[in-house]
Design a protein. Structure first.
Length: 214
């Protein structure tokens, strides 16, 4: 698959932090709250160590491929291979022409939208993509460590679960204000949305943990 020469990519550590940190925070809080009453101590540690590391790797890879882009450089035109496939389906030349024109119109609308929203399209650089992947994975690890830390500090998982919840909501408040500043949004709406997400995850983890059959 060829790499798209210009595409919307990560704008740097700010984007990587905003993507990776809440994913780690919410995922590790959810899994720890769901499983802490159902596993022995060592198995709990083993599972969450692997969850923490594997998902950090996956988030980093996702960031890399998002920055890498995709496509064949013909997003606004129809390739010969695509045109040949349509002809094999006995589609008329007029219809094929209409499809091609529609593709061109969509591409123009997309470019106009990017221009209106002041979204920058930049060339692909391997180094920048790797740095973005590492930064996103690190942000995930940092976010995931916060709700996991109380369980590492004590083997009394009941107390750890309560402390983890306190940490979750404190982290959500701090993160919301950081996000509002980085994205130039009003802090209260960002805080409300993020707090609602955290509350939903907390309730969901409690319900699932309560009804687990083991």
């Amino acid at each position: 698959m060829a790499i798209r020469k210009h595409a919307v990519r990560s704008t740097g550590w700010k984007t990587d932090l905003l993507v990776g940190f809440p994913d780690g925070l919410f995922l590790l809080y959810f899994t720890t709250q769901t499983l802490h009453n159902h596993l022995n101590i060592q198995r709990f540690y083993d599972i969450h160590l692997w969850v923490w590391l594997i998902f950090a790797l996956l988030v980093g890879l996702s960031s890399f491929f998002s920055n890498r882009g995709a496509g064949d450089g013909h997003d606004d035109t129809m390739t010969d291979a695509e045109r040949h496939k349509l002809r094999k389906l006995e589609i008329s030349e007029q219809t094929i022409g209409d499809i091609q024109q529609g593709m061109a119109d969509d591409a123009q609308k997309w470019e106009k939208t990017l221009e209106q929203e002041k979204v920058q399209q930049v060339p692909f650089f391997w180094g920048a993509a790797v740095r973005s992947a590492i930064a996103t994975a690190f942000s995930f690890l940092l976010g995931g460590y916060l709700p996991l830390w109380p369980y590492l500090a004590t083997e009394n998982f009941t107390d750890a679960a309560r402390q983890s919840t306190y940490i979750l909501f404190l982290a959500v408040i701090v993160f919301s204000f950081i996000k509002s500043r980085l994205t130039q949004q009003k802090p209260v709406p960002v805080l409300v949305r993020t707090m609602l997400t955290a509350t939903g995850i907390m309730l969901g983890s409690w319900l699932i943990g309560h009804f687990l059959p083991f």
